[in-house]
Structure formats: structure tokens, C-alpha cells
Ligand binder design. Structure first.
Ligand code: GYE
Length: 344
């Protein structure tokens, strides 16, 4: 599976044509390789593995870290030629990118799928073209699992359940296991495996605690702006919120802004409990300060594992269907150990 300069040149031209109609590369990072000034001219004639990467967007701190991790791991120095596309939350844009990767006969296609449903047709096209597809971060829902080679990501259900179990223990320690507990959830992108998995995981724990009342679940789209807007609305609607679950840190940052503006503190005794996901550095600092009670890690540093898996496939090694990233749960008790090493 060698890719030479001439193939890269053909690939670049054709990708530009496929994506923009006739080029130039407007709105599409065709050769987002890190070394060299203009990519192709400075590239050596070495064998490179070409990878088309459809990233779903740039909505969060987590997402930026994930993109950086992939770019660093799939660098030319590491033997890769990476074609990066940012779909800006649009599945249609992901389809378009995947189709262009197919028409350029890349060696591998990597997708962070924005939502779970709707992938069958485009993945059948990739399979028919004989191009292995690796799913990264979020999962999809397809009838036939042979549509993709491997999934490398996070166990969203386990993350949601970890948050629920932490709440269960916390309420128990406070002698509140029997009290009515009003819970609001600020949800990530509707229909994404991250939103759905975290909701199901947390919901499973909620279901065994008859005193937990899920009083609202509202859209926050994984962004700080939307998180703030949604929290402000929930504060207008309810004056008896005991627990706020934000399905990622950026929404939690927005929610904290809205809470501050309304003069509501979180995290302390008698305050609403704030639960978040991702484990960004800023969130860990807020855990340390006692503003966020618990932050369930979601590990974005999957680039290296992705590179290993592609290299494994190249070497004909057997690859597992699913790889989960290792993830922790951060509270005031353990957060000091981890803050310094955070790279996102
Ligand atoms: O939690 C959020 C992001 O899919 C796990 O997407 C990811 C989520 C992450 O934008 O911050």
C-alpha cells in the first residue's frame, strides 16, 4: 500500500475537484499536513498511508483536542498523508467528504460520526470500494457491522452510569437517599452516541432510585453558548433544582455563567450539585474549586491508538472490532493528581 508523490498529486487535484467542483480548496483542508509550507512540494517520496478523516465539527474543547491528537499521530513523519475535513455538525457534509475520499481511493477512511443513524448507504459505498472505515469517538447504528472495520472511542454508557453511581453514593453519604431529588439534564447533540449513551447510562442508575425526579432534559448541543442559554431557561422554569447534569464541560461552563448571573452557586453544601463530562483542564480546576462536584473523563487522545491500528492493518494483524479509551472519574478528592498532566 504505497503512496507516491504522483498519487498524492492526483489525489489532491481530484479531491479539490470532488469537493469544490473545480478547486481551489475553499473551505476544505485538503492537505492539513504539519510539516512543510505547501504540503506537496516538500513531501518526500517515501511511502505514505493516505487517510481521509471526516471530523464532525469543532464545537468543544474536547473536539479540538481530539482533532489535534489525530493530526499529531497521523503526521507525514509517522508515515501518513492525512486529508482532514471539518463537517461543522452536518452529517451531509460528512457524506460528501467520505464520497470524495472514496473517489480518491484513499487507503483508509476515519469518521467521527456526528449522529448515529443514517450511515448505511455511504458506508456500503466505502465497503464496495474496498476501503476500510474506522469509526472514531462516537459510534453509529447500522444493521450490518461489517460496514466498518473498527471502532475506537469512549464508552458513553459507562460514562453516564459512572456519573449516576457517583450521585448515588454522594446522596447516601449526605443521608439524602430517601429525599426527593430534582434533576435537570443539559443534553449534547441530539441523536449522537455521546448524548444517547450518557443519557442511557445515567438513566439506568436513575431508574433504581425512585426518589430521583428527572424534571427536565433540554438541548445544549455540546456548546458553551447553548449550555448557558438552556441553563438560564431552566432557572426561569424551576426554582427547586437539586442536580444539574451537563453532558459535556463546555455546556457546564455556559451553565455556570447563567447560574452566576442568577446568583446561584453550585457544588457546596446545600447548593445544586453540578455533574459534567470530558475532564478538560478548566473543568478539573472547577472541580478543585468545588464548583463542579464530579467530572467524568472522556478521553480525546485517541490519535495514537488510531495510528497503531492502521499500522496493524497494514501489517495484516488481527484488529478488534471495538477499542475503548481508558477513563477516570474526577472529584475534589483525586483531582490534584491529574490537573498538571491535562493536555486539553
Ligand atoms: O463529550 C463533547 C464533544 O463525542 C465524546 O463530543 C464526544 C463529545 C464530547 O463535543 O465535548
Amino acid at each position: 500500500m504505497l503512496i507516491k508523490k504522483s498519487k498524492i498529486a492526483a489525489l489532491l487535484t481530484a479531491v479539490a475537484v470532488a469537493i469544490t467542483g473545480c478547486g481551489p480548496f475553499t473551505g476544505f483542508s485538503v492537505y492539513d499536513v504539519t510539516s512543510g509550507d505547501s504540503g506537496i512540494e516538500t513531501m518526500s517520496d517515501d511511502a505514505l498511508i493516505s487517510v481521509g478523516f471526516s471530523q464532525l465539527g469543532s464545537e468543544s474543547t474536547w473536539r479540538s483536542a481530539n482533532t489535534e491528537s489525530v493530526k499529531a499521530a497521523l503526521s507525514t513523519n509517522n508515515g501518513f498523508f492525512l486529508i482532514y475535513d471539518n463537517a461543522r455538525q452536518k452529517q451531509e457534509k460528512q457524506f460528501k467528504a467520505v464520497r470524495s475520499f472514496i473517489s480518491q481511493r484513499v487507503d483508509y477512511i476515519v469518521i467521527c460520526p456526528v449522529i448515529q443513524e443514517g450511515w448505511d448507504v455511504v458506508l456500503t459505498e466505502a465497503r464496495d470500494a474496498g476501503i476500510p472505515v474506522i469509526l472514531l469517538d462516537r459510534n453509529i447504528s447500522v444493521n450490518d457491522e461489517s460496514m466498518y472495520t473498527s471502532f475506537i472511542g469512549e464508552d458513553m454508557y459507562a460514562e453516564g452510569a459512572s456519573a449516576g453511581k457517583w450521585l448515588e453514593e454522594h446522596l447516601e453519604k449526605q443521608g439524602k437517599s430517601e429525599d426527593d431529588i430534582n434533576i435537570v439534564v443539559i443534553e449534547g447533540t441530539s441523536g449522537s452516541s455521546a448524548q444517547e449513551g450518557r443519557a442511557r447510562g445515567f438513566g439506568a442508575i436513575a431508574a433504581r432510585n425512585m426518589n430521583w425526579k428527572m424534571i427536565a432534559s433540554a438541548k445544549g448541543e455540546f456548546t458553551q453558548t447553548k449550555g448557558k442559554e438552556t441553563m438560564a431557561r431552566l432557572l426561569r422554569e424551576f426554582d427547586d433544582i437539586d442536580v444539574i447534569v451537563c453532558q459535556n464541560d463546555d455546556m457546564a461552563f455556559g451553565a455556570i455563567e447563567a447560574l452566576n448571573e442568577a446568583g446561584v452557586k453550585t457544588g457546596g453544601a446545600g447548593d445544586p450539585i453540578l455533574i459534567s463530562f470530558d475532564g478538560t483542564r478548566k473543568a478539573l480546576e472547577l472541580v478543585k474549586e468545588g464548583v463542579i462536584n464530579v467530572d467524568v473523563e472522556c478521553n480525546p487522545n485517541s490519535g495514537e491508538l488510531l495510528a497503531q491500528i492502521i499500522n496493524g492493518l497494514e501489517a495484516g494483524k488481527e484488529i478488534k472490532k471495538t477499542y475503548y479509551m481508558e477513563e477516570k472519574v474526577f472529584t475534589k478528592e483525586n483531582v490534584d493528581e491529574y490537573i498538571e498532566d491535562r493536555n486539553y
